[in-house]
Ligand binder design. Sequence first.
Ligand code: UDX
Ligand code: UDX
Ligand code: ADP
Length: 480
Amino acid sequence: MVKICCIGAGYVGGPTMAVIALKCPSVEVTVVDISISRINAWNSDQLPIYEPGLEDVVKQCRGKNLFFRTNVEKHVYEADIIFVSVNTPTKTRGLGAGKAADLTYWESAARMIADVAKSDKIVVEKSTVPVKTAEAIEKILAHNSKGICFQILSNPEFLAEGTAIQDLLNPDRVLIGGRETPNGQKAVKALKDVYAQWVPLERIITTNLWSSELSKLAANAFLAQRISSVNAMSALCEATGADVQEVSYAVGKDSRIGPKFLNASVGFGGSCFQKDILNLIYICECNGLKEVACYWKQVIKLNDYQKSRFVNRVVSSMFNTVSGKKIAVLGFAFKKNTGDTRETPAIHVCKGLLGDKASLSIYDPQVTEDQIQRDLWKNKFDWDHPIHLQPASPTSIKHVSVAGDPYQAAKDAHGLCILTDWDEFKKLDYEKIYKSMQKPAFVFDGRNVVDVARLREIGFILYSIGKPLDPWLKDMPALA
Ligand code: UDX
Ligand code: UDX
Ligand code: ADP
């Protein structure tokens, strides 16, 4: 029986290993983590992450060929294939601060593997890492090998949160990068054999190590660039009277461009896009490619601009001040169908409104009050460390409350901001919301979820990203 151990029971490690266990009954999969509370949650009825379909898969396999454990060394010692899926935060100090990946957790995992291994191992890079990390890890392993053969592979994960289980069951592709030596190719084949149990062979791509590592950064950079492109268009649409949804539809009909990932928004979030692009920028700079670095930097700048532009719209529409005004915030997660708030644009928008002394009432169906308070208190980049190593927030943030439902959030509010594309926000009783709000009642739709004509008919002054402006907003000075 092949034994797999995955170091890191997070958003990537947990769902990925659950699906491997489901599809490979003859493989024993153990997921280990240094966070005891996270492992306890994986072993409970309340999984540590919300992901549609995940609970089902975990319930089918847990205790059979899927295990969640804290005894990291023991399971690494026993495994044939070790996936490493630990945190890779952005460095906050020293060389490359604000851009480069901090590989502390990776390095410590590699040293631990070298320490405890007594037999040959395949070590698989699962978390996104800078290009050439495999080389560094190889060196650590080789210099501590005691005659053991370590083969390092890159097998980046392309799942998106909210659709992780579907993405894993039916991936567009599986990418495996390895050394072009006989031992390297043997390791590639061993991992390919695992995926081949449910993924059609033509979708399993094998490349050299560096192509695989770079493809992950490139894919995320391309995806994020599409969003920044459409968000750039949204600003121009508002200025000209074009409708960004009409433009996206027309542009996406070109089969060379394609219709997906062209929704204008308040900005992209999530644990990957910004971090991976920052990484890419740093790698370009280190290789003397200034122009290339500048090109990708602009994708992030545009995203920051989009978030600030949204805050400015809210403030300028409401007579240039939100001081003392209650603002309802619907949605805090970085996208629908997840409780994940890493790099969510909601943090930027909420901090911006709080900076202008607004009073916020926040509702999200999957994000806890504690999480919201911590996010609004934390510094940029603090989020990407194991949970038990993050600084605890002292008390709740002033002027922030968390509501149990959207109607409670909106009651007596002057304005309402929609920051996540949860389906339930499409179906709210906006008439009831309108009646309970202060007048004039404003809605700022950062995700284009509401019916523009219907809300205007009810009486709202409505701002929707990239849509022709309400006459009211046209008269207000744009502060962007
Ligand atoms: C992303 C990649 O899609 C995935 O392949 C990779 O493995 C990890 O990073 P994820 O961050 O989970 O996945 O979500 P994704 O669906 O890509 O959305 C990222 C952000 O972009 C979200 O904030 C989302 O709301 C936003 N977005 C997405 C838009 O604003 N407009 C769109 O059209 C699509
Ligand atoms: C373009 C648009 O494709 C077309 O829809 C529009 O109506 C007019 O402009 P065209 O300029 O004729 O058409 O050719 P196109 O095939 O788009 O190529 C433009 C340039 O991009 C060429 O120099 C081509 O060699 C280059 N190109 C194209 C690349 O370098 N790489 C590619 O992957 C595709
Ligand atoms: P991702 O979205 O990439 O899965 P997460 O932050 O959700 O990232 O998960 C990373 C996990 O890795 C965390 O649960 C963290 O506790 C764990 N981790 C970090 N370093 C180690 C280590 N040296 N050994 C075991 N687990 C680790």
